[in-house]
Design a protein around this ligand. Structure first.
Ligand SMILES: Cc1ncc(COP(=O)(O)O)c(C=O)c1O
Length: 300
């Protein structure tokens, strides 16, 4: 299995992939991206990832010049070249190269650059986390909306670094109102007073695909989740906390601000949920995503 990159349709080893120095993604973080994982060799949740990529691009006024089937076929070709096994797939679309290193969109005369990175998947499902509530705030929605999955991830980069300085493995960022938002690359769920809750979209978070699947799954299985504002004080008295993301699925939180939750292991409700949710996702892949992916990538 190899690390491969598909740059504007050409597949090369990752170490040989090149981006021009005038690419606006490189210069300004002027890009959008998605991270998708495969199950049994095929992308999981592709329709949701494609929709979110479209929303992110629209938020940045970035016109996507390829259609869904073309992008899907590029991903499929890169996965086929990488060989068997499950893969991490990162799709990046930059605004392309400008005429000069100038932020003005008037200089952005080039076509978007489409990159697909494929790497063997490092299993992270159920990976535990130790969280610290950090001083750095999540970007304000009115400044740079966290719902837009852009290439500018400095808020998360610096948030994670701050958490690691505190001896944690990930951060909890608050918003300007003092409410919990999310971790550096995951959404957050907490069991407070016996009920699951998660910060609402308008607290300033990424609309996680795993988060949405979990909201649906939990409500169908008699464990409804309330989307509501959560204060740091409330989070500190949560019985259980977990993170959700494409790579992690559902990651139990074992410590908050250096304090062990339930003896420093995963919470019992979280562990039971992880098992049921993993089965649910595998079934959803078999019944829904894999057939849709095959239809989409079938040669016309
Ligand atoms: C900031 C942030 N929040 C949440 C998530 C989880 O989203 P998803 O479940 O779609 O992977 C991610 C994933 O990259 C993220 O970067």
């Amino acid at each position: 299995m190899a690390n491969l990159c598909n740059v504007d349709g050409s597949i090369v080893p990752e170490a040989e992939a090149r981006i021009p120095v005038l690419d606006r993604g490189f210069l300004f973080g002027d890009s959008v991206y998605e991270v998708v994982r495969t199950y049994a060799g095929e992308p999981f949740g592709w329709p949701e990832h494609w929709r979110r990529l479209q929303r992110s691009a629209a938020a940045l006024r970035l016109r996507l010049d390829l259609d869904e089937a073309t992008v899907a076929r590029r991903i499929a070709a890169t996965l086929a070249a990488a060989g068997p096994g499950d893969h991490y797939v990162r799709i990046v679309v930059t605004r392309g190269s400008g005429e000069a290193p100038n932020i003005d969109l008037a200089y952005a005369t080039g076509a978007p650059c489409w990159l697909v990175m494929v790497r063997p998947l490092t299993p992270m499902s159920g990976k535990a986390a130790r969280l610290a509530i950090i001083g750095r705030l999540r970007n304000d929605r009115r400044a740079l909306d966290p719902a837009t999955k852009s290439g500018n991830y400095l808020n998360s980069v610096l948030g994670l670094a701050e958490a690691k300085d505190l001896g944690a493995t990930d951060c909890v960022m608050l918003n300007q109102s003092g409410h919990v938002t999310e971790a550096s690359t995951s959404n957050l769920f907490a069991l407070i007073d016996g009920a699951w809750c998660t910060p609402p979209l308008d607290s300033g978070i990424l609309a996680g695909i795993t988060r949405a699947l979990l909201l649906d799954f939990l409500s169908r299985h008699g464990e409804p989740v309330t989307e509501r504002n959560i204060t740091a004080v409330e989070l500190r008295r949560a019985q259980e906390i977990f993170l959700s993301s494409t790579l992690r699925d559902l990651g139990p939180v074992t410590h908050l601000d250096g304090r062990a939750l339930h003896g420093g292991g995963p919470g019992p409700r979280t562990s039971a949920l992880l098992e049921r949710f993993t089965e649910h996702m595998q079934q959803r892949q078999r019944d829904h995503y894999a057939p849709a992916w095959r239809r989409l990538t079938a040669t016309p």
